[in-house]
Design a protein around this ligand. Structure first.
Ligand SMILES: *[C@@H]1O[C@H](CO)[C@@H](O)[C@H](O)[C@H]1NC(C)=O
Ligand SMILES: *[C@@H]1O[C@H](CO)[C@@H](O)[C@H](O)[C@H]1NC(C)=O
Length: 405
């Protein structure tokens, strides 16, 4: 009897933090449900641009020296989304890269947005972008692609005067089973997040359990491609350096801190970068040690750090609404006849549906500030800002165009 009571008490004590944490997430979904969602707009004037030219741009990164934003836009995500589990039959459009000249926010749209031409890119027809990162010194763009055979990190050399992206090589590794965001250290070293241990494609039930229970199955992997750059047969060196529940966006905050968004915990995890571990390999692996976390009132998706050191956090306040929005884009954005054939309720839903966005910023001195919580621009996933030119860009996972403020 005493033993049973003790064991029960112990189980409750062990589970309580987990249940408390999960209850907070459920509370967020309750509070951010469409009927209760309180809008916030502290962006100042803003504009949705290129709505009829690009959609589903998951990533934006800034090349501030040139006042250019590189966008990766994948309309194919409506039929093929390996993170949210959309796998529809039929042809899947491929992703494209764009350069947006944000120096001229008032220029005609036809002048300020240019598509990058791929050169020698064998997998052009099966390119599905998630995270990207750019090493400016070597003009190397790293882009996660959920290729149908196996996910890869595609490396390109960008020429931003000729607007070309020349394919250099594809990086594949067993530790890159579900690659998502990339943070570059230098021309040959970078961190990649894998959002889940169980992929929705192979293990849908376990994947959902992992996400809903907030199990730390996601990884941060340190990659060194220098041996592979020296000779095509050279190995890619990969090591897991941290585990995070639903590891999503990642960036390097300063010399001593790496930040990782946990989408299942509605939090940003801070890791301190320790001295490199001893290793026989050419580049020793950095050691990341968990230091703290910042809770946010939405599921944090992607992160970026501005030149003045502000952390930008974009994400999803109400997952059920986003889930439905994602699953219906193939009809709502599909060919005209598909929409005409759809049931009247679906046509009505398409006409007025949205998925809420939330963008906040954080500094150690100023704390957390909310910039945008609204449905007018849907499904925000990345926010970047040029703090010198005072231009910010928000992109949406399933949005038409980008928001510029
Ligand atoms: C998020 O944005 C950063 C730029 O700060 C980029 O490096 C990263 O790969 C992006 N990831 C995703 C998944 O959008
Ligand atoms: C890096 O950022 C962390 C978190 O804000 C802070 O505690 C630390 O002092 C910063 N380090 C440097 C070298 O600025």
């Amino acid at each position: 009897m005493v033993l049973r009571a003790t064991l029960t008490l112990l189980a409750v004590a062990l589970l309580a933090p987990v249940l408390y944490e999960r209850a907070q997430i459920l509370y967020l979904f309750w509070r951010n449900a469409p009927v209760r969602f309180t809008r916030i707009d502290n962006l100042g004037s803003h504009d949705i641009k290129f709505a009829d030219r690009i959609r589903s741009c998951e990533d934006a990164l800034l090349v501030e020296s040139q006042g250019l934003a590189i966008l990766g836009c994948d309309p194919g995500r409506e039929r093929w989304n390996t993170v949210m589990g959309v796998f529809l039959p039929g042809p899947v459009p491929s992703a494209e890269l764009y350069a947006y000249d944000y120096k001229k926010t008032n220029a005609p749209e036809s002048e300020s947005l240019r598509r990058l031409e791929f050169v020698d890119f064998e997998y052009e027809a099966d390119f599905h972008t998630l995270g990207m990162a750019y090493d400016e010194a070597s003009s190397t763009l790293f882009a996660t692609s959920h290729r149908q055979d196996k996910p890869t990190i595609e490396m390109f050399k960008l020429d931003l005067t000729a607007y070309t992206a020349t394919h250099l090589r594809s990086i594949q590794h067993d530790l890159l089973h579900g690659p998502n965001a990339i943070a570059v250290i230098n021309s040959h070293e970078f961190y990649v997040t894998n959002n889940n241990h169980f992929l929705v494609k192979n293990h849908p039930t376990l994947n959902h359990l992992e996400t809903y229970l907030g199990v730390p199955g996601g990884t941060v992997v340190h990659i060194d491609v220098s041996p592979a750059l020296k000779s095509p047969a050279g190995p890619v060196q990969a090591n897991v350096v941290a585990r995070v529940p639903f590891a999503n966006g990642i960036d390097i905050l300063n010399e001593t801190t790496v930040v990782v968004a946990s989408s299942s915990r509605a939090a940003v995890y801070f890791f301190s970068i320790g001295p490199k571990s001893d290793s026989l390999s050419s580049t020793p692996t950095p050691v990341l040690t968990y230091s703290s976390q910042l809770r946010v009132p939405f599921l944090a998706d992607n992160l970026s750090v501005t030149k003045d050191g502000t952390l930008m956090i974009a994400g999803h306040p109400h997952m059920p609404t986003l889930g439905k929005f994602a699953q219906t884009r193939n009809v709502c954005n599909g060919p005209e006849d598909e929409l005409t054939r759809a049931a009247p309720e679906m046509r009505e839903y398409c006409a007025k549906s949205s998925a809420p966005s939330w963008v906040s910023e954080w500094t150690e001195a100023g704390g957390l500030k909310h910039l945008y919580a609204d449905v007018r621009y849907p499904s925000s996933c990345t926010a970047v800002r040029d703090s010198e030119r005072n231009v910010g860009i928000i992109t949406g996972l399933y949005a038409k165009g980008i928001l510029v403020y």
